[in-house]
Design a protein around this ligand. Structure first.
Ligand SMILES: [Zn+2]
Length: 302
């Protein structure tokens, strides 16, 4: 696992040192430099793999699109890194950052391992410590590594201290199904009621992962929000949706007693809008907006 540095629109991952990692962590921030925009049509020009093109074709023909498949694992890794960088900028755009707090991790599709020693020192591929100096966000590592280890189905995990999630977390209670959108989290989130300071101990990360169980979201009391998903798109969409659900419940409860959707309807709605495929589809739209704004799309290297 390595800390990623955002510079001139490109992460400088461990690839430079020949390291392949299970998890890559980045922090979202408004201050992150933006990528250089490329008006070159070869970059804007949808130079996607066949699978990407198929997804778009399906959308146009009325079929429900599916996540892309990749010709090689290297191409998949390249895409995930690109998507991760986009996701971090998206968090920054939404104002989800709080200084260095706010991190997103993605499971590497090739090597299921973390190149750290037991002291949290980042190692190069040969296991040596003398690679380029990198800073590990220890709190991020403790939370995310425990979750990725416990949940093989989790490809992406995102945590931040966004305003409404943080405010709602101080109430120490679950979200209620008071809107169609909040039903997405009905019976699919938990409240982690302990606050033991900044997560610097392995036991705390393990406790959070245990509390999360098989759910897709956790409200970390007096702390913030945590979501997981089987794709980057579904994870980011879940985070945005959870933050808004917290905002809506805070607003509604500030003015009265919101009416709850009944159990059967909430459960049925959750089944439709709360699943990972719907999350991927919905999240893809968020990324399409970003791509239109930035004029940059994924471009697989030759
Ligand atoms: Zn945190």
């Amino acid at each position: 696992m390595v800390e990623l540095n955002w510079r001139n629109g490109c992460f400088e991952p461990a690839r430079r040192a020949g390291v392949n990692d299970l998890i890559e962590i980045g922090n979202c921030s408004h201050s992150l430099p933006r990528p250089t925009l490329h008006p070159d049509p070869s970059i804007l020009g949808l130079k996607m793999s066949g699978a990407h093109a198929n997804s778009l074709e399906n959308a146009h023909s009325g079929k429900f699109p599916t996540p892309p498949a990749f010709a090689t694992k290297l191409e998949e890794r390249e895409f995930l890194k690109f998507r991760l960088a986009q996701a971090l900028r998206m968090f920054g755009n939404h104002g989800f950052d709080e200084g260095p707090a706010g991190h997103i991790t993605v499971r590497d599709p090739i090597l299921p391992r973390v190149l750290l020693d037991h002291q949290g020192q980042i190692l190069d591929e040969s296991g040596q410590k003398d690679g380029p100096f990198r800073i590990l966000n220890m709190a991020a590592f403790m939370i995310h590594s425990a979750i990725h280890a416990a949940r093989p189905d989790v490809i992406c995990a995102a945590h931040s201290h966004s305003t409404y999630g943080k405010a709602f977390s101080s109430l120490g209670k679950m979200l209620d199904p008071i809107s169609q959108d909040s039903c997405s989290f009905y019976e699919d989130h938990v409240v982690y009621t302990q606050f033991n300071g900044i997560v610097l101990e392995e036991a705390e990360g393990l406790a959070i992962a245990k509390a999360l169980g098989n759910k897709k979201a956790a409200i970390l009391q007096n702390h913030g929000l945590l979501v997981v998903g089987s794709t980057i798109e579904s994870t980011i969409r879940s985070y945005i949706s959870l933050e808004r659900a917290c905002q809506v419940q805070l607003l509604a409860e500030a003015t009265g007693t919101p009416l709850k959707i009944n159990h059967a309807q909430a459960k049925e709605t959750a089944k439709i809008i709360g699943n990972q495929r719907a999350g991927w589809f919905s999240g893809t739209m968020e990324f399409m907006v970003l791509e239109r704004e930035e004029g940059v799309k994924f471009h697989a290297s030759e």
